[in-house]
Design a protein around this ligand. Structure first.
Ligand SMILES: Cc1cc2nc3c(=O)[nH]c(=O)nc-3n(C[C@H](O)[C@H](O)[C@H](O)COP(=O)(O)OP(=O)(O)OC[C@H]3O[C@@H](n4cnc5c(N)ncnc54)[C@H](O)[C@@H]3O)c2cc1C
Length: 479
């Protein structure tokens, strides 16, 4: 990657380890196109690939370079489900429809896996597993969440007890976890480059450095203006995420831009393997903090913190280093080799916006922090909608385009994040305190002669020893 390209892609580990890709040309001549996709992130690329595979002509315009922002800078977790809490999805659409939506989300996940394999994509390195450990000791609540996902939504998810979690992740911060064996993580920029290559091979025409500056979406033929040429198209797909901005303010105004920060450590060798022998992805918070994974060369990629106005990522290197040390004190102060940021777009309901919003005008955005499987799903549904007249995308109709509140919405989201972070930290500290207190009580307890225990088993005084036995089991499990 040359210096100009590095400036566009940011100083990420992904940019430094990207496979070679020749940039596509700029559009310099007026064209007539059947289908035009605006935006070369994962959503736009998947739409273009799926349309081209079906033998239809499609052009894609990217303002800068393919996957230069969220799609090429994310943490690379390919997950089941959506960003929205599943209980809210059930409340909104009912159990049956929620189950259908979750099955579709899984289709997105499997699509990514199959597309990597079918196209023999280089440097993507899919690695299985996603573990969500809790920083609060709450086995019943986690078991209930897993029951909902497994029994109601049909997901493949299992519960790990504290002992098993701490055996794999050597951190005293963690208690029980949900484990998703079918999820995996990838090098997202190489995946995006692989998709672009596959789309071009299937016949899609990609133009980079070609921002669409103006669009007249009315009429059978929609008119688009780019810096050096004009375009007429019968179908237009808006896949510009938060970067769509002034081109379609009614669409971009439905998204809250959320910037998160990612660090990649220097290779940590055996130190990392001793700290965590789990090679899959880990998320210990529902919000932006502490999503991490090892790389094949034993670096740790760690993302966290969020701002609703983008900041210089360099200012977050120390904060991320502290987050790593807080979770894994044994790693001490790691060296951060790369630090970067990326901006995702989140609707208020946190469900993707997929479908035809006016005749021949489609939208594919709002994938929040759950975009790898859902951009794939959007690509499949929109291609089928355009080419085959398929209406499966209407399953997303309940999740409407709602104005996200402008600057006020951003400020509120920032405040909610801070409040959530403080609440989560306090709850975690209380859990650790209780665990320590229980252990100290157990250690301080004088040995009770075997006979006394038997004799007093039904006496009130022995209730303590019963509790002691229970605590001992628990505390052994959490060593
Ligand atoms: C730090 C970070 C970590 C994340 N981690 C994960 C994760 O682990 N797992 C997961 O599932 N999701 C994750 N996400 C979310 C995921 O990356 C996004 O949801 C997804 O990449 C969005 O893809 P997109 O194509 O909609 O948008 P983008 O990648 O933002 O692409 C939109 C493109 O449209 C172009 N564009 C906009 N307007 C125009 C125009 N007028 N003309 C031409 N082009 C235009 C832009 O230049 C841009 O390239 C993460 C996001 C971030 C930022």
């Amino acid at each position: 990657m040359d210096a100009t390209q590095s400036a566009i892609y940011g100083s990420s580990l992904y940019a430094a380890t990207a496979v070679e890709r020749e940039p596509s040309p700029q559009l310099t001549q007026d064209i007539d196109a059947d289908i035009c996709v605006i935006g070369g992130g994962l959503a736009g690329l998947t739409v273009a690939y799926e349309i081209a595979r079906r033998g239809w002509p499609v052009v894609l315009f990217e303002a800068q370079r393919i996957a230069w922002n969220a799609s090429g800078r994310n943490t690379g977790f390919v997950l089941p489900g959506f960003a929205q809490d599943p209980t809210l999805t059930i409340e909104r659409v009912g159990v049956e429809q929620a189950r259908v939506l979750w099955a579709m989300a899984e289709q997105g996940l499997e699509y990514v896996r199959a597309t990597i394999a079918e196209n023999e994509m280089e440097g993507v390195a899919p690695t299985p597993g996603w573990l969500c450990p809790s920083k609060i000791d709450r086995p019943d609540a986690i078991a209930a969440e897993i029951d909902l996902l497994r029994d109601t939504l049909g997901q493949n998810v299992e519960m790990w007890d504290t002992w098993r979690v701490r055996h794999k992740l050597r951190s005293k911060s963690y208690y029980q976890a949900a484990h998703y064996p079918k999820a995996f993580h990838i090098h997202p920029l190489n995946y995006a480059f692989g998709l672009a290559r596959a789309a071009e091979k299937a016949g899609a025409r990609i133009f980079e450095d070609t921002p669409v500056l103006h669009i007249d979406p009315d009429g059978v033929r929609k008119r688009l203006v780019t810096p050096h040429a004009r375009v007429r198209a019968s179908q237009v797909v808006l896949a510009g995420n938060v970067h769509l901005g002034a081109l379609m303010p009614d669409i971009s105004g439905t998204l809250i831009p959320i910037t998160t920060y990612v660090a990649a450590t220097a290779p940590l060798g055996d130190k990392l393997i001793e700290a965590t022998s789990f090679r899959g992805a880990v998320s210990d918070s529902e919000w932006a903090d502490n999503h991490y994974r090892p790389t094949p060369d034993n670096r740790l990629i760690w993302s966290g913190r969020m701002t609703t106005w983008p900041r210089n990522p360099k200012g977050y290197a120390n904060a991320l280093r502290r987050d790593i040390k807080r979770t894994y004190p044994q790693l001490d102060d790691v060296t951060i080799d790369y630090v970067w940021n990326g901006t995702l777009g989140s609707p208020l309901h946190r469900m993707p916006q997929i479908g035809e919003v006016a005749s021949g005008l489609w939208v594919a955005s709002g994938f929040s922090g759950h975009g790898l499987n859902t951009t794939a799903l959007a690509g499949i549904l929109i291609a089928r909608g355009i080419v085959e007249g398929d209406k499966t995308w209407t399953a997303f109709n309940p999740f409407e385009l709602i104005w996200a509140g402008g600057r006020f919405g951003r400020a509120m989201t920032q405040a909610r994040y801070w409040t959530h972070r403080i609440g989560e930290t306090v709850a975690a500290v209380v859990s650790r305190y209780r665990e320590r207190a229980a252990r100290q009580k157990l250690e301080a307890k004088p040995e009770v002669p075997e006979t006394a225990t038997v004799q007093n088993d039904s006496e009130p005084a022995v209730a303590g020893s019963g509790t002691g036995r229970k605590t001992r089991r628990k505390s052994k499990a959490s060593d």
